[in-house]
Design a protein around this ligand. Structure first.
Ligand SMILES: *Cc1c(COP(=O)(O)O)cnc(C)c1O
Length: 459
């Protein structure tokens, strides 16, 4: 092996190596090279610090996962203590203390009835697990085996980037290239009235969406292995906030037709919408709850799929009966990640993080009011600390800007010049402060975001 020479390289060399070797996710790489993105070397509070010494307020929680900030003493301590015991041991054939304790804590916090925890390591894997479990459940359930071959999804859904999760996703730009590799699904329109199809008013369109999910479930009840949705807010679709009652409506339909409901709380979980889990807001218990992103406070890649006794029981029986769930990932239930997850849950309590979310999200609502009459703001969407500001060329017709202008991206670059990290979804400027971010920093984030949005839409 060639000797590694990695110590003390200059910033220029790091930049060169990044351009030479690192292929960044969701990134047009030819544009990347010229942009000289900050190379992060440290985090402190709610700021990230780059190799050149510049500090950046993180306005997107490291892509929606950070909860309590960076270098948080209590989480650092928990991870360090675990590191001194063991960094990793497998859950295949062995148990581990941190995974047992985290499973117990999650069951205590989660909506009622979710008693079993299957660990994995990313949002996509947590959803894959739920899909495969739901599919296998119908073949093995005590009422009699059924071969249910499809899932009902919501339009514009995002559940991750593996082929299974892309199959239940509906973001054309990300997903169309792979369409021949995917399994077939049923899709019901997202109950969103930003742009309604011709012939509908806002009210009649939303009424149609509520009715349509019922019709699809009724007409395909014996084929549907599960209904999958992002409760309350569809994140990657552009922070689309569902009207009150939609989640509950879907839950009632799933109960009526005895179809498992899979709630993907990868983005909305852990305080982002104002409650620990979004399902709480409509007093809903899903049959599967997918958790990732904020589960470890944004520290380490762990994920969990929670489910009920009823689902779990269908997988029991003599080992030779083949009812086992044959699925697992090498780093499943990683002890360091679980230690971080436990410390994060403790901090929710100790620091009253949900109280903070109440205060900061209310302040953001007040601040967003200045955009109400902005000529290039088509819609402002907010639920808790998930905010999407949709930029449009013409507000009355909701006419988008030319995508080539990459205006959302331009806002990001302008914010970076002012020491704030943002990342848009197309022309939707996203603000996703960490649930524990204090009020003064949330105010600064709003100041800079609005300033940049004005600068970019004026020119
Ligand atoms: C981010 C996200 C995922 C995928 O999580 P990864 O950890 O990136 O695989 C799945 N579902 C939702 C709703 C998400 O926002």
């Amino acid at each position: 092996m060639t000797p590694l020479k990695l110590n003390a390289v200059s910033l220029d060399i790091l930049r060169q190596w990044d351009n030479d070797h690192v292929w960044h996710p969701f990134t047009p790489m030819s544009a990347w090279i010229d942009e000289c993105a900050p190379i992060i070397v440290r985090g402190e509070g709610f700021e990230l610090i780059a190799a050149d010494g510049r500090r950046y307020l993180d306005g997107i929680s490291s892509l929606w996962c950070n909860v309590h900030g960076y270098a948080v003493p209590a989480i650092d301590r928990a991870v360090t203590e675990q590191l001194q015991k063991v960094a990793h041991s497998t859950l295949l054939g062995l148990a581990s203390e941190p995974s047992i304790r985290l499973a117990r804590a999650l069951v205590e916090q989660a909506p009622v009835g979710l008693t079993k925890v299957f660990f994995s390591d990313s949002g996509a894997t947590s959803v894959e697990v739920a899909l495969k479990m739901a599919y296998q459940y119908h073949r093995q359930k005590p009422e009699g085996s059924e071969d249910r071959d499809t899932f009902l999804c919501i339009g514009h859904a995002y559940h991750g980037d593996t082929l299974g999760t892309v199959s239940v996703g509906g973001i054309d730009l990300f997903h169309r290239c792979y369409k021949h590799l995917l399994f077939a699904t049923l899709t019901t329109p997202a109950p969103i009235a930003t742009r309604v199809p011709t012939g509908y008013t806002t009210e009649s369109w939303l009424a149609f969406c509520f009715a349509e999910v019922g019709r699809l479930i009724r007409e395909n009840q014996s084929r549907i292995a599960g209904v999958i949705m992002e409760p309350i807010v569809q994140g990657a679709a552009g922070i689309l906030v569902h009207p009150p009652g939609f989640l509950r409506h879907v839950r009632q339909l799933c109960t009526e037709f005895d179809i498992p409901l899979i709630a993907d709380e990868v983005a909305v979980g852990f305080g982002r919408t104002g409650t620990l889990f979004a399902c709480e807001q409509e007093s809903v218990s899903p049959d599967f709850l997918c958790l990732a992103k904020g589960i470890s406070g944004g520290y380490l890649p762990i994920a969990a799929t929670l489910t009920t006794d009823r689902i779990y029981t269908a997988f029991l029986g003599h080992p030779s009966a083949g009812r086992t769930f044959f699925h697992g990932h090498t780093y499943t239930g990683n002890p360091l990640g679980c230690a971080a997850g436990l410390a994060s849950l403790q901090l929710f309590e100790d620091n009253q993080v949900l109280e903070n979310v109440k205060a900061t999200s209310t302040r953001i609502t007040e601040r967003l009011a200045v955009l109400r009459d902005h000529p290039h703001v088509g819609e402002v969407r907010q639920k808790g600390l998930m905010i999407g500001i949709e930029l449009v060329r013409d507000r009355d017709g909701m006419v988008p800007f030319d995508a080539k202008l990459r205006l959302g991206h331009e806002v990001t670059l302008a914010a970076r010049r002012r020491g704030v990290i943002l990342r848009p979804l197309g022309d939707v400027v996203v603000l996703m402060p960490a649930p524990a971010m204090p009020l003064n920093l949330v105010n600064r984030l709003c100041d800079v975001a609005f300033e940049c949005l004005n600068e970019v839409t004026k020119s």
